[in-house]
Structure formats: structure tokens, C-alpha cells
Design a protein around this ligand. Structure first.
Ligand SMILES: *Cc1c(COP(=O)(O)O)cnc(C)c1O
Length: 355
């Protein structure tokens, strides 16, 4: 207990991000779902064109250059877009604007752990509803939570599945509060829930440039919702939450859809190949509409620590994957799709470790 902190802060765990070794370390990073391919050349050119005068000044508080790019590409009004310092920033804005004592935040689990962390900072109640084995959205239980915020990641992490839009529509219709649809992985999916932002005043769809656009280091994300919902988020955001570099580089990347689509296609191809290859090694592999695969160690293996051992073994060999030391996930690994060479090297090392 530290007398300086609110009890919530004393009690909370704090988010533990995946390991981030230096790019020069030579470690193969398949642990935090970055895109293995380079960002858009147009975005890099924009980065080099930024001069000292731009950096001397404060940036546009609304990141309009970037919002216009989103508006043009997705064909939605600029006033329906809010930009943030990564999509994590937008998630935090929703929590700051809507969560308080005697209000509830609900979400199905397992999912993105940050929903819990952000909520724990507030004196709000948390209701976690487990996904069943079939990964169907537990609509009735979520509605019964009467939450001020309901978070749904779709596609979800770490399972990789997409929640059908019909289920999300039903949830949007029935929940009393805001429904956040976190589409961080939508670029790798076959469907989007974006139309729901148009249909419902309580829905915000959140996206990022970290995964599909290969720009995790830039820190840029955005939310799409009706202006009445965005109004509260604009009030609680930091005045300059998106810096000038992110705004301009992000706008250039957003306008270069061909680049993104090209590499997303490669990742999707590798994803099907890797799914088969990992199944052939005996893993259970969930179908994924993301740039990662969730795998369960071969059911024939009785060693309870086997997933952790594989994770540690791979790490020794210079390959990082994600291991979650929590019930329900501790027999699984989440593996980001890498370049062709990285994927082959992962398979080779797994084979060696499993023999
Ligand atoms: C990666 C991820 C994010 C965070 O994206 P940033 O824009 O980098 O903050 C949000 N939600 C989910 C489900 C993610 O996997």
C-alpha cells in the first residue's frame, strides 16, 4: 500500500506488454503481432519530408490531415472519425468518458487484457463472461451485465475468430451503454462491423495502423462513431494526442491502400500454410482471421508445462512467441505470422524441440 495512490491503483496489476527486444538484437519477433513487412514507401517519404519547422510547432489538435485520409478511404464523414495515440488511446478515452463507480464494464474472455487494465484504473465494476468452447458470443450474459461499456475485439485476440456481425448487431440493439468493437485485426479479416457505427448511436468501431499497415512504432489508431458519441471522447482526450509525425505519416500510409493490401495478402497466404504445417506437427490450430495463430500443444502430451517449455525453448533459439501464464491459455501459444523465412525457421525449431 502506498498512501499516495488511489486504492484502485494500489490494487491493480498493471498491463504487461509483450517483450520488445531491440531491432538490432537479431531476435525473430513473433510475439506481438506486428506486420513482418515494411511500411508504405509513401509513408517513409513523408517521414523524411518533415522539417524542423513542423516539429517546432504544436500539431493540429484534431489530426485533420489523417482524419481526411480515413474519411476518403472509408467513405465516411470526417466528423465521424477520432484519431488517437494508437488504438489503445481511443480505448482509454472511452473508459475515461464512460466508466465510474457503480457502473459496469463488460467483455467476453479470453480477450485483449488491456480492457481490464484500463477499467481497473477507475472505480468501476468489471464483468468478464467466458466464451464457450464454440466461441459463440455470450449475448444474453453480456446484456444482463447492464454495462456502461461492452468491449468486443473482432477479430479477437488470442483466439483469432471474428464475431458474426449479426451477433454484434443484436448486442448493439440490446446493451444499455456503449458497444466498443475493436477491429485491430480487421485488415486480415473477411468482414467488418463498420456498418454498425452507422446503424447505432452507441457503437464505436476502433482500428489501428499498428498491424495491417506495419506502423506499430508510429502509435496511431482511430475510432469511427456518430458525432454525438465522439463529442464526449474529444472532451477527455489530451489536446495533442496525435503528434505531427504520426498525423502526416499515417495519412500517407492510409492513402496507400495498395501497399497494405499487397502485404496483407502475403500474410494471409502464409497463415493458411502455417496452419496446415502446425497441424501436421500435432498442434490444434484455431481458424484465424488475424495475422497470428493460436495453437494448443498436442493433446497426446501429458506434460502440463509443455507450452511454456516450447516458449522458453524457442526463446533460447532466438524466436519469441507469446505464452500466457493464465488458466485456459497455459497450454497454448500465440504465434504471429512472420515472413516466409521466419515462418520456416519457426517450424524447423519447433520440430527440433519436439523431437
Ligand atoms: C494490438 C491491439 C491493439 C492495440 O493497437 P495499438 O493501435 O498499437 O494501440 C488493440 N486491440 C487489440 C485487440 C490488439 O490486438
Amino acid at each position: 500500500m502506498n498512501p499516495f495512490f488511489r486504492p484502485n491503483i494500489d490494487d491493480m496489476e498493471g498491463y504487461v506488454p509483450g517483450e520488445q527486444p531491440k531491432p538490432s538484437s537479431g531476435i525473430t519477433k513473433l510475439n506481438t503481432n506486428e506486420n513482418p513487412y515494411p511500411p508504405s514507401q509513401a509513408a517513409i517519404a513523408m517521414l523524411y519530408s518533415i522539417d524542423g519547422e513542423w516539429l517546432r510547432r504544436y500539431p493540429d489538435p484534431y489530426a485533420n490531415e489523417f482524419r481526411r485520409a480515413v474519411s476518403d478511404v472509408l467513405d465516411i464523414p470526417v466528423s465521424w472519425v477520432i484519431a488517437g495515440n494508437g488504438s489503445d488511446d481511443i480505448l482509454n478515452l472511452v473508459v475515461r468518458a464512460c466508466a465510474e463507480a457503480d457502473r459496469t464494464v463488460a467483455y467476453p474472455t479470453p480477450t485483449y487484457v488491456l480492457y481490464r487494465t484500463l477499467t481497473e484504473m477507475q472505480p468501476a465494476n468489471i464483468v468478464e463472461v467466458p466464451y464457450g468452447e464454440d466461441l459463440r458470443l455470450p449475448i444474453a450474459e453480456l446484456v444482463a451485465a447492464k454495462a456502461a461499456i461492452t468491449f468486443i475485439a473482432s477479430p479477437n485476440s488470442p483466439s483469432g475468430h471474428v464475431v458474426p456481425i449479426a451477433d454484434l448487431r443484436e448486442l448493439a440493439r440490446q446493451v444499455s451503454g456503449v458497444l466498443v468493437i475493436d477491429e485491430a485485426y480487421v485488415d486480415f479479416a473477411n468482414e467488418t462491423a463498420l456498418p454498425l457505427a452507422n446503424e447505432f448511436a452507441n457503437v464505436i468501431v476502433i482500428r489501428t495502423l499498428s498491424k495491417g499497415y506495419s506502423l506499430a512504432g508510429l502509435r496511431l489508431g482511430f475510432g469511427i462513431a456518430q458525432p454525438s458519441l465522439l463529442a464526449g471522447l474529444f472532451k477527455v482526450k489530451d489536446s495533442y494526442n496525435v503528434d505531427i509525425v504520426s498525423c502526416l505519416v499515417g495519412a500517407a500510409a492510409m492513402r496507400d491502400q495498395d501497399h497494405k493490401n499487397h502485404y496483407v495478402q502475403l500474410v494471409k497466404l502464409s497463415r493458411s500454410e502455417m496452419r496446415l504445417a502446425l497441424q501436421n506437427l500435432g498442434f490444434r490450430v484455431w481458424e484465424s482471421q488475424t495475422n497470428f495463430l493460436l495453437v494448443q500443444v498436442p493433446p497426446t502430451n501429458s506434460d502440463q508445462m509443455y507450452a511454456e517449455k516450447l516458449y522458453l525453448g524457442l526463446k533460447k533459439l532466438g524466436i519469441l512467441v507469446r505464452y500466457f501464464d493464465q488458466p485456459g491459455l497455459d497450454d497454448k501459444l500465440r504465434i504471429t505470422i512472420g515472413t516466409e523465412a521466419q515462418n520456416q525457421s519457426l517450424l524447423k525449431m519447433l520440430k527440433i524441440l519436439m523431437e
